[in-house]
Design a protein around this ligand. Structure first.
Ligand SMILES: [Zn+2]
Length: 235
C-alpha cells in the first residue's frame, strides 16, 4: 500500500498550479486585442479631423465670397468715379449699394477670421491627439508582443501540467483518486492539507493529539481534519 495522502497531496499541487495557469491564460486572452482607451483616442482624432475640415471649409467660403464682393465693389466704385452716370437718384442708389456691399464684406471678413482661429485651434489639438495616439499604439503593440509570448508559454505549461496530472492519476488507486476528486469538489479545490506544527494548514486549527498519533502510526489509513474535514498529510 502506498501513502494515499501523499499521492493526493502531489496531485493537488499539480492541480492547483494547473488552475492558476488556466486562470492566467484566460486573463491574457482578455488582454489581447484593442483597448478601450485606444479606440477612444482614435475616435477623437477622426472627430477632430472632420470638425477641422468643416471650419476650414467655412473659412474658404467666406474668403472666396469676400474676394468676389471686393471685385463687385471695385467695379461699382469705378462706375461712380467714371462720370458716366449723371442721374443723382441713380448715383445715390449705386452709392447705397456699394455701402451695403462693404458692410457685408466686413461681416464676411469677420467670419473668415473667426473660422480660421477655430480651425487653427483644432489643428493644434489634432497634433496633440495624433501624438498621443501614436504613443498609445506603440505601447499597445509592444504589450501585445509580450502577451503573445506569455500566452505561448502558458499554453506549453498547460499541456505539461495536463500530462503530469494524467501520469500521477494513473499511478493512484481508483478509490484514492475518487475520494480525492469528491473531496476537492466539496472543499473548494483543496482536498488535502499538510499538518504543520500540529495545525491543519488549510484551516489553521490545532489538531488533537489523537489525530497526530493516528497520522504517525498508520500511513495507509486516511485521516481527516477534525475542523475542516479535509484529508491530512504528515510531511
Ligand atoms: Zn482543517
Amino acid at each position: 500500500m502506498g501513502d494515499a495522502a501523499k499521492e493526493m497531496y502531489e496531485l493537488q499541487k499539480v492541480d492547483l498550479t494547473w488552475a492558476k495557469v488556466r486562470q492566467r491564460l484566460l486573463e491574457i486572452q482578455k488582454l489581447l486585442g484593442e483597448t478601450e482607451q485606444l479606440r477612444q483616442v482614435r475616435a477623437r482624432v477622426s472627430e477632430t479631423e472632420s470638425e477641422l475640415q468643416s471650419w476650414r471649409g467655412k473659412q474658404k467660403d467666406a474668403e472666396f465670397e469676400s474676394r468676389s464682393l471686393a471685385e463687385r465693389i471695385q467695379s461699382a466704385d469705378e462706375q461712380l468715379m467714371g462720370g458716366t452716370i449723371h442721374n443723382p437718384k441713380e448715383l445715390e442708389a449705386l452709392q447705397a449699394n456699394v455701402d451695403s456691399m462693404r458692410r457685408h464684406r466686413a461681416q464676411l471678413e469677420d467670419s473668415a477670421v473667426e473660422a480660421m482661429l477655430l480651425a487653427d485651434g483644432l489643428d493644434a489639438q489634432l497634433d496633440e491627439l495624433r501624438q498621443s495616439l501614436e504613443k498609445l499604439e506603440k505601447e499597445w503593440a509592444s504589450g501585445q508582443t509580450d502577451l503573445r509570448v506569455q500566452e505561448t508559454k502558458m499554453k506549453q505549461n498547460y499541456v505539461l501540467l495536463k500530462r503530469k496530472r494524467e501520469a500521477l492519476a494513473a499511478d493512484m488507486s481508483p478509490d484514492t483518486l475518487n475520494r480525492y476528486e469528491q473531496m476537492r469538489r466539496r472543499r473548494g479545490g483543496v482536498a488535502v492539507a499538510r499538518v504543520v506544527n500540529g495545525d491543519c494548514e488549510a484551516c489553521h486549527v490545532q489538531m488533537p493529539t489523537g489525530v497526530i498519533s493516528a497520522l504517525q502510526s498508520n500511513r495507509d489509513e486516511l485521516v481527516v481534519c477534525t475542523s475542516c474535514g479535509r484529508y491530512l498529510f504528515q510531511a
